[in-house]
Design a binder for this molecule. Structure first.
Ligand SMILES: C=CC1=C(C)c2cc3[nH]c(cc4nc(cc5[nH]c(cc1n2)c(C)c5CCC(=O)O)C(CCC(=O)O)=C4C)c(C)c3C=C
Ligand SMILES: [Fe+2]
Ligand SMILES: [Fe+2]
Length: 332
């Protein structure tokens, strides 16, 4: 049948994959960090304090003090390619696109900052993606990470008359392929050290303890990842939670306190890694590799190694490809 000449262009339907990570400032400057923190810390999934109470604290105190301090920390890890979180995520999307070929249109988005979830979903729709797999790159589920990505995607879809079909990647904290990727990466990293650690420490991003009481599975997911990995590798593993923010009680034990305790107890050679972060970022490169090293050595530690995240290395990309292909079943 002939298509009328005034009919809008018909695109061939495509399947898309949108990898999503947290996001990062555009530059290591107080003004860029302020913009980023304002968006991030105004998310009610991240700070669960009523806005009438929280917004005056955020705008009146935090956004006038923290950006300068955080910008200085970002400056220490910034590279000529930009923020580590941004370029690692871009590299993951590029590597996955190469692996998927014509089967899927692969892109990435950031929950806070650029490129936004809305911008990417709309661009993918314009380019003919009728089915999209949304893949938040958080192995362990939490309201503050996974759920807010889903909220944002559905907010975008709420503004569309003709929506695409959407699937989402479930948390993969106990998936044998994730545990296997961590094991392969860690074993190679440990074999490359010039010392044998007395202790291996898995540091996860922290959360207010209240979120556990309210039913967030994050704490259990972290614990289970560490237990499965420790069993798979046949070595004991310490677990801690980093990056405490604000005055509320956060999950215990804290990474900084744990580093001091281990050194003081005589475990003077330590390797630390961050299995909950799919790519290296401020929290791993500055807080663990720099600040953590300093804290451990101040407390008497003699040997410290930070072991990088999966990033876009082969084991991590094998894992992402496996998870994505599994979730695209029936769509490819
Ligand atoms: C209430 C505050 C915060 C909660 C809750 C929180 C949860 C959370 N965050 C990540 C992952 C990352 N966080 C990063 C930076 C970061 N996190 C907070 C606060 C909370 N995070 C702040 C204020 C910052 C910015 C830096 C600073 O000022 O200290 C990052 C790194 C971003 C980067 O640009 O490199 C990641 C990644 C998870 C996984 C999580 C809950 C499970
Ligand atoms: Fe955080
Ligand atoms: Fe931090």
């Amino acid at each position: 049948m002939q298509i009328p000449s005034d009919h809008p262009p018909i695109k061939s339907p495509k399947t898309g994959v949108l990898l999503v990570n947290l996001g990062t400032p555009d530059a290591p400057t107080p003004s860029a960090v302020k913009r980023y923190l304002k968006q991030f810390l105004s998310d009610r999934r991240v700070v669960e304090i009523p806005p009438l109470v929280w917004q005056p604290i955020l705008r009146g105190i935090i956004l006038n003090t923290r950006p300068k301090k955080s910008a200085a920390a970002y400056a220490k890890v910034w590279t000529d390619k930009g923020s580590p979180l941004a370029w690692h995520t871009a590299a993951q999307a590029e590597a996955l696109a190469a692996r998927m070929g014509d089967a899927a249109d692969v892109r990435y988005a950031m929950r806070y900052g650029q490129p936004s979830i809305e911008q990417q979903l709309r661009a993918m729709k314009d380019d003919g993606c009728e089915r999209i797999l949304l893949a938040p790159l958080y192995p362990q589920y939490s309201g503050a990470t996974t759920a807010t990505v889903m909220d944002e995607a559905y907010r975008t879809l709420a503004g569309m008359r003709w929506q695409m079909a959407l699937r989402s990647l479930p948390p993969y904290y106990d998936d044998p392929v994730y545990i296997g990727a961590l094991k392969t990466t860690l074993e190679a990293q440990l074999a490359g050290l010039d010392f044998t650690p007395d202790v291996v420490l898995a540091s996860f991003h922290g959360m207010p303890e209240r979120t556990l009481e309210l039913g967030d599975p994050y704490h259990c997911h972290c614990r289970k990842t560490a237990r499965l990995l420790s069993e798979a590798m046949g070595i004991p593993m310490e677990v801690s939670f980093q990056s405490r923010f604000g005055r509320a009680k956060w999950l215990d034990p804290a990474t900084d306190v744990t580093l001091e305790r281990l050194a003081q107890e005589g475990q003077k050679k330590l390797a630390i890694f961050a299995p909950g972060f799919s790519s290296d970022c401020l929290e791993t490169l500055e807080e663990l590799a720099m600040e953590g090293k300093h804290q451990f050595e101040e407390a008497g530690g003699t040997h410290f190694a930070y072991l990088p995240c999966l990033n876009s290395g082969e084991p991590g990309m094998d894992m992402i490809e496996h998870l994505v292909r599994r979730e695209l079943s029936g769509w490819l």
